[in-house]
Design a protein around this ligand. Sequence first.
Ligand SMILES: Cc1cc2nc3c(=O)[nH]c(=O)nc-3n(C[C@H](O)[C@H](O)[C@H](O)COP(=O)(O)OP(=O)(O)OC[C@H]3O[C@@H](n4cnc5c(N)ncnc54)[C@H](O)[C@@H]3O)c2cc1C
Length: 417
Amino acid sequence: MADDAELLIAGGGLNGLALAIACAGAGLPTILADRQDLAATTAAAFDGRTSAIAYGSRLVLDGIGVWPEIAPEAEPIREIRVADDDSPLFLHYDHRDLAAGGLDPVPLGYIVENRVLRRALLAHAAALPELRLLSPCTVAEIAAGRDGAVAALGDGRSLRVRLVVAADGKESPLRHAAGIRVVEWRYDQIGIVTTVRHERPHGGVAVEHFLPAGPFAILPMTDDATQAPGRRARSSIVWTENAGLVPHLIAMPDADFTAELAARFGDFLGAVEPVGPRWTYPLALMQAERYAAPRLALLGEAAHVIHPIAGQGLNIGIRDVAALAELIVDARRLGLDIGDPMLLERYQRWRRADAMLLAAVTDGLNRLFSNTITPVRLVRDLGLAAVNRVPPLKRLLMRHAMGMLGDRPRLARGERL
Ligand SMILES: Cc1cc2nc3c(=O)[nH]c(=O)nc-3n(C[C@H](O)[C@H](O)[C@H](O)COP(=O)(O)OP(=O)(O)OC[C@H]3O[C@@H](n4cnc5c(N)ncnc54)[C@H](O)[C@@H]3O)c2cc1C
């Protein structure tokens, strides 16, 4: 029986769409199915988040052809300031410090609204001749065989393919069905996400302010061109708070919520005012014990979920995309089976260590900073100040956060697939 496509991707979130574009763009017959209507996922009411896109992820998005459409709505991050509550000690990353180490002083990353990323990815996906988008359409079940897999769809149809990629998010029904176990816990914290307008321009500076309940991040956004000059500067807030307090904060009248937010934000950008809905996201950590099963690979949050403290969850997923696309496209060029167990084993070996390292680092940072124990505060503040004074170490940490270190796939090095 002929295959319906070589690759089936279950899930059209940011990671699934990026992989579909990378593979179909390289000529691989691909189907992407998402259980929700993908057109609806670009609506303002669907996702209020922005993403910090590391420079390395920008290279991947450029390599698959979508960055030119995103760039006008991406605010470059030129500096990152890390401060611990009211301590005078701090850590300051500046993209200009890269030049002192003989490196290009490129932005450390970009802040982009998730709906802008989705819109660009979907528009690109819809125009690729080798990509079929099925939505709304659930991938219900996979039966793996020696030469391929048969995927049963929720509407009763079935598809024959060589490889299925589960990009179906942190609850990943396909991961469960494959019997892949996970290590996971929920943080007793919720991320409140909202957009604020402020009097003064942010100058491309991102701020991570560690408070006792968790990090309070101020992420510089592009100006809001719909507003009058002087009212355009805005930032996205990721405010990590004790889970028990969040319902009370969310239900507050505007004036009280503004006062609570302003008390954490400070006055360094003048008066600040929330201008959008208050979104909430429960925070969790999850690592799948394996990233593959026969004829199945896990991608993005189906494989790993981390605390948003460092804005790296999607960036790890984009590195999964770059690695898996490279393995699949190279195998296809050699006429090999893209669902071969050796290929899946290589993918797991390549990607799992990176995701586990970031899970450990983000979990450790969250525990280290979300408490008020005096000796712990002293040690962490001295640590921040010490890193701040050692330029080579600072550059190393900057390049790690930018996704510019380690065994990077071709796309993440700025090369073609
Ligand atoms: C508050 C917060 C802030 C964050 N900020 C950042 C940041 O600044 N930088 C960063 O890098 N990361 C950030 N992240 C993480 C990032 O948002 C996620 O890692 C990323 O969005 C996950 O995308 P995904 O495509 O893997 O999964 P999802 O977006 O969950 O997509 C999964 C898709 O699969 C579909 N699906 C599910 N089951 C099926 C099925 N059976 N058949 C078909 N389709 C199915 C769903 O409909 C969905 O569309 C943040 C996270 C949070 C909570």
